[in-house]
Design a protein around this ligand. Sequence first.
Ligand SMILES: *[C@@H]1O[C@H](CO)[C@@H](O)[C@H](O)[C@H]1NC(C)=O
Ligand SMILES: *[C@@H]1O[C@H](CO)[C@@H](O)[C@H](O)[C@H]1NC(C)=O
Ligand SMILES: *[C@@H]1O[C@H](CO)[C@@H](O)[C@H](O)[C@H]1NC(C)=O
Ligand SMILES: *[C@@H]1O[C@H](CO)[C@@H](O)[C@H](O)[C@H]1NC(C)=O
Length: 561
Amino acid sequence: MVKPSTEKSNAQVCRLRHYALLACFLWTSFYLALWLLNGGIHIKQFQPPRPKPVPQNNSSSIMSAFDMGISDEEWERLQKAIEWPIPDQEITRLDQSTSPVHSTFSIMGLKESYKVGEKISVAITARDHRKNLKRYGGDFFKAKLFNAELKASVYGEVVDHRNGTYSVALLLPWEGQAQVFVRLEHSSEVVQILKKYRDSSFPRTHFNGFFEGSGPNKIRISEVVECNLKWGADGSWSKGDCCCEYKDIKTGTVWQCERPKKLSCDKLVRHSGGRLENPLHLFEQQLFTKKLTNVAINGDKKIINVLPNTSAIGTMEKCRSGMMTPVPAGFYLKDVWKSFVCNTRQFSPAQMANCLKNKIVYFMGDSTTRQWFEYLERTVPGIKRMDLHTHPAGGPLMAVELKNNIIVHWRVHGVPLRFSKVMPIIDLHYISNDIDEIAGGPHAVVVFTYCAHLVFHPITFYVYEVAKIRQSVVALLSRAPETTVVIKSGNTAGLKNIYQSDWHMLQLDTVMREMFRDIDGVIFLDVWQMTSCHYLREHIHPGPVIIANEVDMLLSYVCPA
Ligand SMILES: *[C@@H]1O[C@H](CO)[C@@H](O)[C@H](O)[C@H]1NC(C)=O
Ligand SMILES: *[C@@H]1O[C@H](CO)[C@@H](O)[C@H](O)[C@H]1NC(C)=O
Ligand SMILES: *[C@@H]1O[C@H](CO)[C@@H](O)[C@H](O)[C@H]1NC(C)=O
Ligand SMILES: *[C@@H]1O[C@H](CO)[C@@H](O)[C@H](O)[C@H]1NC(C)=O
């Protein structure tokens, strides 16, 4: 960098910079206006600057399986499981990306009528904004079959043929009519961007650390600084000896906060989620616009007629650990989820109390397990929340029912956690550490989720944390094999942007499922399909109908029929 030698040249540089900025602004505005005039799509001239390289080091590439605490073979297996095709080239024009307007679906060989239990096959063709067929895969489509009057729906898995075509097999599980619905959640071009920033060390999220203690004249003072995860060779967030470091002795996870000016490092007492930082440049942002995100695509709207069949579909198998989640995992009919994993049932309030008699339920993780806590609190007759003098959204929370000796706990997982509530940092416990402190036994039901708050961090960190949780679960099941251990998967969410995306969640879910695949005695309660195909608008906090079905499923495992 050339240093200006005099004030005059400094001023000139400044003026020049102003002109440059102004020119840049005008240029951008002009083309943006042109782009909008063209319906935001058909435009050849728009040639934005080539994407910048990721600002910092690629932290996943410098973490080894050893750093994550797993074997090389396992890391290879995990990478294979989360492999997702992305464009085979660098995208420089918006019109090269997949268009929800020009992509279509059709039902293959549609018949006059079907029988319950049959399947239909749907073909999706992806096209770009100039109607050209896409040549590569990686688009994130979601597909379902539904009937609004019957409050019925079922999820379909989209198979990527990696040549711009996709197919979906949809089961016809109910009698009556049905329609296909397909949406493009993200183009493969967006997935490429999501992947790039997840694997980079760009801090999309920041956190606040609240320091409190005695200042110079014994007056209690407070200071707020930024904090973040320390992960990767360079610490990923802040470099050098900048910070106070907090290493959890058992998990080895390192949290760091900027050094406060007056107080010492040991005075960190509270925590909250902080600002978000957008790494996207202008061109990348255009790929994420609302018009291109989570949009229904055109296709066969024909009504499918489904006639009854004499044999009933579904499974009578008892719910237990180690069951695989098929596709579909079940379906909704009149808002009741009928599972194909195992024989789930609906619990009346009295049956819920009976099922939970003499149980201690430990809910851990995030607000989605808090929703389960709150549902039990609302539904189990006579259950009461104790006042633990904590914030109702942040917890920890506890509810008891004295007649049947039921205790229900809820607590959030450790940092990184993006709760906006300012919480005592001492109340944020790593799931693995808490599991280590549970004796377990037939009365203990341990339920955790670990997903929604981890989408901001490299997947290598997630693997590291899940490996720690796995160690603790294995130890728990070894000392008390009769303990019920349930992993609640992540659910789909309303936001679909660079911060939070279902694509991220799906990747983390896949890692969690794979890492627990061979652990006997663990129940993986997969709510992905339940939250993806329901008629309610997707939300990180699914609506009450969905939560009721999720908890019925949980209780079906605790008290199998
Ligand atoms: C990236 O990582 C390499 C090797 O770990 C290191 O030498 C380099 O200084 C890092 N670059 C930045 C910008 O942090
Ligand atoms: C980061 O490293 C991983 C693993 O080596 C690689 O697959 C990925 O493409 C890299 N990402 C970027 C943005 O360089
Ligand atoms: C319909 O029921 C019969 C037995 O009653 C069974 O053999 C057949 O597979 C069923 N069809 C479908 C599509 O499930
Ligand atoms: C794409 O791949 C599928 C599966 O291999 C194949 O059936 C189909 O013909 C291919 N389509 C195109 C357009 O290449």
